[in-house]
Design a protein around this ligand. Structure first.
Ligand code: PLP
Length: 384
């Protein structure tokens, strides 16, 4: 039996239409969207525009031109952070955030451009509003937070933080890599300035797709970042200042975007609520089973309604990398071990430097996968 439980890294498999639409784009459309007026190019434009609309609706946003494509959320976060910050800004993030946020912020901090506070979260991976408020300074101009942890699935109280940011005129960037396609996300309810997503996780698209949604106000604060050909204003060497072209230089990943569109269509037709209910159910069953395996400790909340279905564990009997290797080589179960690009999160939950064994449940897992994994874990633990 083969069981894929690394959906927090990237979802697999994808809905069938993701594969067929990408193949169709490559074989029957082929052109660069936004370049030229051939009928194939216009068909390509339509695919890109449809995906922009799908993302706009998905995140309850209302400005299609403010939906920007990039190659992944790392690229989105770098663009948003580096194109907006000014010397002397104080920026806040949290100890549960991913290196996609921590590294660009740290590099701006070490160059002396920004002041940086990384607010420590609880051992359940949640930032407290009080600690957040205590970190605020008169020169706090930017907050960057992930919606949920990629290690223990803890969900941050972003609506409340967004309200505080809005009241104080602070820009607020949210990384929804772990929640887009899992939890309902409303751009305006979160009171954010920009929402950065990646296409290949729970949005069910392929690798190499991602982007961000940006408010008009924050857009005014941001300069263009990657500059070059956009297919527009080609007589000028000046980067266009209108959206989405300002942030979309170079050829888009059109086949990937065609696939991402089908990933979103799949989520909409199955229903986000149904996906969340099923993942919550499997997460609950998995955690119940784990609690009965001697020597296994689960990190984070044991309440599946307060987390996504990403579960990290360690065993007191065997190293997590060895356990992950045995699950893969002897039982065909794919997981991920180590630090998952979030070293400070492991310091927060007490699993640094060895990290954890992470199980990422996704929309194509079922109860048989969960039972088989629990059974395999039980067998290994009894043997070692
Ligand atoms: C919370 C979070 N942010 C950022 C990333 C980076 O995603 P990508 O590699 O698609 O840019 C990940 C992926 O692991 C993540 O989980």
């Amino acid at each position: 039996m083969k069981v894929y439980l690394d959906n927090a890294a990237t979802t697999f498999p994808k809905p069938d239409k993701v594969y067929t639409s990408m193949m169709n784009y490559m074989m029957n459309i082929g052109t660069n969207p936004g370049r030229g007026v051939s009928s194939a190019s216009l068909t390509g434009n339509r695919v890109i525009l449809n995906c922009r609309y799908a993302l706009m609706d998905f995140f309850h946003f209302d400005k299609v031109e403010n939906v920007i494509f990039t190659s992944n959320v790392t690229c989105s976060l770098n663009t948003l952070i580096k194109s907006s910050v000014q010397k002397g800004w104080h920026v806040i993030t949290s100890s549960m955030d991913h290196n996609a946020t921590l590294r660009p912020l740290n590099s701006l901090y070490t160059k002396g451009i920004i002041e940086l506070d990384i607010v420590p979260c609880s051992c359940e991976g949640v930032i407290s509003i009080e600690d957040f408020e205590n970190a605020l300074k008169p020169n706090t101009k930017l907050v960057v937070l992930s919606h949920a942890s990629n290690i223990i699935g803890s969900i941050q109280p972003l609506e409340a933080i967004g309200q505080l940011c809005k009241a104080k005129g602070i820009y607020f960037i949210i990384d929804v890599a772990q929640t887009a396609g899992v939890l309902p996300i409303d751009f305006y309810k979160l009171n954010c300035s920009a929402l950065a997503f990646t296409g290949h996780k729970s949005l069910l698209g392929p690798q190499g797709t991602g982007g961000f949604l940006i408010s008009d106000e924050f857009n005014k604060q941001c300069e263009s970042f990657i500059e070059g050909g956009t297919g527009s204003l080609s007589s000028s060497i000046i980067q266009p200042d209108f959206l989405p072209d300002k942030f979309e230089s170079g050829t888009l990943n059109a086949p990937g975007i065609a696939g991402l569109l089908e990933g979103i269509n799949f989520i909409n037709s199955k229903g986000l609520e149904t996906i969340r209910e099923e993942e919550e159910f499997l997460c609950n069953k998995f955690m119940e089973g784990l609690l009965n395996i001697p020597s296994i400790d689960i990190y984070g909340s044991k309440d599946s309604s307060k987390r996504t279905a990403t579960i990290s564990v360690n065993s007191t009997k065997i190293d997590n990398s060895e356990l992950g290797f045995m699950l893969d080589s002897e039982y065909g179960i794919t997981t991920r071990t180590g630090l998952h690009c979030a070293p400070l999160a492991h310091k927060t939950i007490g699993s640094y430097p060895l990290g954890t064994l992470r199980f990422g449940i996704g929309p194509f897992n079922d109860i048989k996968d969960i039972n088989y994994t629990l059974c395999s874990l039980n067998t290994i633990i009894r043997k070692v």
